[in-house]
Structure formats: C-alpha cells, structure tokens
Design a protein around this ligand. Sequence first.
Ligand code: DLL
Length: 446
Amino acid sequence: MTYFNKDIETLPIDKLRKLQNERLQHQVQMIYNTVPFYKQQFDERGLKPSDIRTVHDLHKLPFTKKDALRENYPFGLFTVPVSDTVRLHCSSGTTGKPIVVGYTKKDIDIFSEVIARSLTAAGCQKGMKMQNAYGYGLFTGGLGLHYGAEKLEMTVIPISGGGTEKQIMLLQDFQSEAICCTPSYALTIAEMIEKKGIDLKSLNLKYAVLGAEPWTESVRAEVEAKLGVTATNIYGLSEIIGPGVSQEDFEEKGTGSYVWEDHFYPEIVDKDTGEPVPEGQTGVLVFTTLTKEAMPMMRYWTNDIASLYYDKSAKRTHVKMGPILGRSDEMLIIRGVNLFHTQVEAVLEHSTDFSSNYQLVVKREGTMDSVEVNIEINPELYKGLLKETSLEDVLQHEKIQQAHKMLTKKIKDEIGLSMKVNLASPGIIPRSEGGKLSRILDLRSK
Ligand code: DLL
C-alpha cells in the first residue's frame, strides 16, 4: 500500500489550495470569535476575518510565538471549554511552566490520520508489528504514534522509551517489523545489539520511523546498517499537533518530507525580517493549522530552520520540507560564523574512523566563544588497534593521529570554522536513554 489516503495525498495543487482556503476561512472565523488573544491581534491591525480569504493573505497576520502560549498558560488559547477536549499534552520548556496543548475528539482523529499516512509513507502496513519506543506521557510522541498505528491497524507494542535490553528482547521475541523512536535512541539500541553480538538475522526489523530531534544522513547510514532497516524522518511539534506534520517516503529517502498540507499550511520566512524566502531556500518554518478545533495556530513560528519545495516527480502533490538544520534559538555564532550541530554531524558521514557519538562543547574565554568537538573513535578500529592499555597510547598511534588531522581539516574546510577535536574512547560521550539527546554542552554561562 503506497498511500493511506490517496485522494488527498495526490490531490492536484489547485484543488489543494481551494481546500486550504476554505478551511482557513473557517479557522480564522473560529479563532476571532472564541480566542481573545487572536481577536486582539486582528483588531490592533484593523483586520476582520473576511480579510483572510486565502493562504496568500496570511502575511497580513503577525507570527504567533512561544511567548503567546506561555502568557496564555494553561488554557487561554483554547477555542472550547476544557471539558470539550479529550486530551492534553505538554511540551517541556527549558524554564518554568510547560506549553499546554489540547485536543477535541476530532483533533485526535486528524492526529491519528496524519500519523497513519506518515507510517504508510515510511513503509509500514496493516498487520505489521510496531515497537513504539517514543516516550508515553505528556510528550506527544508515544500516544501520537500509538493512535496512528492503530488507525493503520498495525499491532502496536507500547514499550515507550528506555529499557534497551528489553527493547532488544522484544524485537527478537515478537519479531517486530517496525520501530519508532528518536534517531539518537536508535543508535543506542543499535550499539547494544552490536555489543551483545546479536545476529541481525535474529531480528525481523524493516522500518524505523525516526524524529523529534535533528539528524543527518550520517546517522541514517549507521542506523540502517546496524539495525537492517529503512529509516525515514518524521517531524512535528506539539503546538501544531505533535508528530506527523511531515514525513519522508521510504522510496524517496533524502528528498525531503511531505508536509500534510491539507491540515498544516507551511511557510518559510527569513529569520531576521520575517519575509518569505524563495522556494528551496532555508529559513524559519512557520505553520498555520487549517483544521484544528481545540487550539488552532496562526502563523506559528517554530524556530526550526528548513526549506520547502515542490517535487514534481514525487508520488504525492504535497510540498516537501528538507531536514531540519537546527533551531534558530539554538544556533551557535562562533567568531561570526553561524553553526548548527547537524553541520558537524554531516561532516562525519562516510567516516570509518569515528562513531556517530559526538558532542559539541561551547566555551567562552574573555569575550571569545569557541567550540570543541568531542568524538569517539570507532570501537572496531579501537579494538583492532588496541593491544595498548590506555587511550593515550592509542592516541599516539599513527593511524589515529592521521584520522584526527583529517577530521580537523575536513571540519575547517566544510564548515569554515576551526574546531579543536578531542578524541574519546568508545562509551564516553552521553547516549540517548530513550528520548531526545542534546548534542551541545554549553559551558559559557558556568
Ligand atoms: O518532538 C513531536 C515528535 C514526536 C516529532 C515524535 C517526531 C516524532 P515537541 O516535543 O513539541 O514535539 O518538539 C518539537 O522537536 O520544533 C523540532 O525542533 C524538533 N523536531 C521534531 N521532529 C524533528 C525532526 C515533538 N524530524 C520540536 N527533525 C520541533 C528535527 C525535529 N527536529
């Protein structure tokens, strides 16, 4: 089965626009009438709901930023009384109160539909067993994937994140065909499988649906090789619905993820000016919900940096987004150069000398910021070399010294920034224990 909802997924663009515009008009009318925050936004600009007739009118509206959710905590942006919602989720903020999002029964149906579409695009089918290793709880990943997989009539194994030994036992005993988790947790599972010397033939895994944090082709290559799967990208955020805002097709890997445009209208804008950027160029992703009932969002500023483009040769008509390069609020500026950690990860692609376990350490000396890369030596290589007893001995080895030099040069050449590269022995750098993993250790405020 290629599509979960072929009519919608292949709807010609003019019809898709018509549908979006009809839905947008309804959405705008609803928020104007029911959410004081939005009414004020319109009134301050002398706008009426009738001024927003098509998606091309959206630019008249301001962006909605995370602050709006904080200021209206917990239920101030809901269109309905809380008693009309059937579920609440939270996204943990870095400080203070979380962001709260609510769903009506219809919202949950749409959430399940977009996940069912996404899983189908990822290669999953009715009847397959799916180990759901996203966290269950206030995080949207676990329950979101769960309901969508059930809608597709997969057999869901709701194991949640963590407990890697048990994950592997169930992968073997249940012969699950699919797994979904964060890419960093997929690496943790792959590493333990390797360490235990488990033969991949004892597993039946075919598909991995990975998201909730940025990842690159370098991690894809490692996960695919070590788990024997086809790995695709799933993207989403709580404020818009959760996972399932966009998804990569398993036969179109590396060409971007379809945004389910009949429910979420995307824009890419310049991070400084807020102006739209031409198709294919990178900027901040902004989403407007078209069908949300409990908590619609107008022009939500995600902070995620990506690009959008229409792929005329693709299976579906919906616009594609490239991988998330990083979050604009987490972008490092080092000696005037903008840096996302995914750029360092991308440099590691095809490297046999190092593993995908790395961490960026940001330091400040005086007024100067600098970044160092901690990276682990490939355990296979390490083992092979290692008759020596200590890391120091290994580091003295000519082959390691040469690899070290080459990586330092490659980073400088490809990113345009000199970084000190610190080699570590396998197992030193933090791993995902089931959820999102931070790749940056910022020591500047300490
Ligand atoms: O992470 C929803 C999700 C769950 C997506 C499971 C995919 C799979 P939040 O906790 O609200 O929701 O975090 C949303 O995570 O704005 C991005 O910065 C990041 N993110 C999510 N998916 C991806 C991805 C969930 N595929 C924030 N690639 C978003 C890169 C991602 N970053």
